[in-house]
Design a protein around this ligand. Structure first.
Ligand code: SAM
Length: 309
């Protein structure tokens, strides 16, 4: 165990364990009390709408698809998004650009179409023209009116235990951003993904391996809490599961998904790794310096050609 300030550390543990009980027994209350959006601070309507436009574009930029081909690719496709956060901005843009339907699955009921979410969806709608606007308007119960609620034929939002879709052979494209590092069972999520993907389907994920504010002094010291203690403190809150890139590689191989791209987005300095290495919790002790340095990555993976689920 890595004690920095034992009194403060014990207080932190006690508070975290107590609040984890609330998250366990009343997840809806917990997300309401903590005011979670999934994106951190509210940045205003225009910036939030821009955030979703960037997320959408990245899902095609990263696998190397020219922007001019996105509509042709998406035409009639089924898209699954894990962990959309508090509003289905990416889903709306997927439909606008030709997708037939989007299923958003989350473990927490974050999406409640509050006034500010409605304004962001309206901003996204207003920036669209022609066929894109027409398709996007179909995402709502009353055409073009976000306040009327989501039309489940276009965007189906579901809250499921473990955030698992339960879909089989349905998705042509699966996406997530800043979600996989939060899922309670990474293995179960990849099995769910593998089962949900259709032949030739691809999955594109942005994963953030940083501490999400849960470090004390150095960037990686959140990897020193023993696994059972971390589970007691944070197991039901959706905070980072702490798995590093080596675990993702292993799971991809175990569930039978081909890796197309696995690229680091940020790296920790060697000094940070050297400082924390003697105190690491058991699952992280065997990690190479290279794998330990990854603080985030893009992953593009796909079902192997010709192999059925
Ligand atoms: C940091 S937020 C990211 C939200 C959104 N993707 C974005 O970029 O704004 C993490 C999201 O993952 C969701 N989440 C946590 N555990 C999950 C799980 N097991 N399956 C699916 N979603 C999960 C959270 O509820 C939240 O919506």
């Amino acid at each position: 165990m890595y004690w920095l300030n034992p009194v403060a550390d014990v207080k932190r543990m006690a508070r975290a364990m107590l609040t984890d009980q609330v998250a366990w027994l009343a997840p809806s209350l917990y997300v309401r009390l903590t005011g979670q959006t999934g994106r951190g601070d509210d940045e205003g309507v225009a910036r939030t709408a821009d955030y979703f436009r960037t997320c959408f574009l990245d899902y095609f930029l990263v696998p190397g698809m020219p922007s001019g081909q996105v509509e042709t690719y998406l035409d009639g496709k089924h898209v699954l998004e894990y962990g959309p956060g508090d509003l289905p901005g990416v889903a709306l843009l997927m439909i606008a650009h030709g997708a037939q339907s989007v299923i958003c699955v989350d473990r927490f009921p974050l999406c409640r179409l509050s006034d500010s979410c409605i304004q962001v969806l309206q901003n996204l709608l207003d920036a669209l023209e022609g066929g894109q606007r027409e398709r996007a308007e179909q995402c709502f119960v009353r055409r073009g009116e976000p306040a009327s609620g989501l039309n489940p034929e276009r965007i189906h939002y579901m809250v499921k235990p473990g955030g698992l879709s339960g879909l089989t052979d349905w998705a042509d494209l699966i996406v997530s951003r800043a979600v996989l590092e939060h899922v309670n069972s990474l293995y179960a999520t990849f099995v769910d993904m593998r089962t949900a993907l259709r032949a030739k389907g691809i999955a594109v994920h942005l994963v953030d391996l940083k501490s999400h504010g849960l470090h004390r002094r150095s960037q990686l010291d959140f990897l020193t809490w023993p696994l059972p203690l971390w589970a007691l403190m944070y197991g039901h809150k959706g905070v980072p599961n702490r798995w590093r890139v080596d675990r993702y590689r292993q799971i991809l191989a175990d569930v039978g998904l081909d890796t197309v791209t696995l690229t680091a987005t940020a790296l920790a300095e060697q000094q940070v790794i050297d400082e924390i290495r003697p105190y690491l919790a058991r699952p992280f002790r065997q990690l190479s310096d290279e794998d330990m340095s990854w603080l985030g990555f893009w992953l593009v993976c796909r079902r192997p050609a010709g192999v059925r689920v």
